[in-house]
Ligand binder design. Structure first.
Ligand code: GRF
Length: 206
């Protein structure tokens, strides 16, 4: 049986990338497999992880293009050549233009380290700590043209302990992300995700 083909976009460490690759290889991703890493930082640890896992990498340096649209058009060509069905952002530190957002509407998701709509944008973990909230977590959402504004697919919360630091909280949030993201990707692979405006419904597995 042919599998469900996903591409992961990442700019940094790549722990979510690794989890998705490992889950795909172990058959724990609802039939999905990571077919491509897209990365804008040649020196990022995620690139090494991809090479070690034999996942093809599309590396680009944004500065060598005339516009964001120009490098995204090239990415879209790659995604189409590989018949990618779902684009999964995992620590990709760039805003997408309408080139990607329109082309992959409904098939483009992101994970964010807070309970959106609280604390969008960068430094979400620090923002939550500074604000003094007692609960935070991770959100998987569709990507639209805004900053972390797309319809919410799934969320998982954790309690912020009184002595939490940015480092300890980041570690705890990574742990829940690594449960949440593979689960959501497997819903897509099984065709269980239905979006109607901002309402996202998860149908029972077939
Ligand atoms: C994650 O915390 C994710 O929520 C955010 O970027 C971080 C990426 O971590 N969007 P990693 O590179 O997957 O380790």
């Amino acid at each position: 049986m042919s599998h469900y083909r996903i591409a992961v976009f990442a700019s940094g460490e790549g722990s979510n990338f690794q989890t998705l690759v490992d889950a795909g290889k172990a058959g724990l991703l609802g039939g999905a497999k990571v077919e491509l890493l897209v990365c804008d930082k040649p020196e990022a640890p995620v690139v090494k992880r991809a090479r070690e896992a034999c996942v093809p990498v599309h590396l680009f340096t944004p500065k060598s293009y005339s516009s964001r649209e120009a490098y995204e058009l090239e990415i879209v060509e790659q995604l189409e050549a590989l018949n990618i069905e779902l684009v999964v952002l995992a620590g990709y530190m760039r805003l997408l233009t309408s080139v990607m957002v329109d082309k992959y509407a409904g098939r483009l998701i992101n994970i964010h380290p807070s309970l959106l709509p609280s604390f969008p944008g960068t430094n979400a973990i620090l923002q939550a700590l500074n604000y003094g909230v007692k609960l935070t977590g991770a959100t998987v959402h569709f990507v639209d043209g805004g900053m972390d504004t797309g319809a919410i697919i799934a969320q998982q919360s954790i309690v912020i302990e009184p002595n939490a630091t940015v480092e300890s909280l980041a570690k705890d949030i990574h742990a829940i992300e690594q449960e949440l993201y593979p689960r959501v990707v497997s819903w897509f692979a099984q065709g269980c995700v239905v979006i109607n405006d901002r309402q996202v419904t998860i149908l029972p597995f077939k």
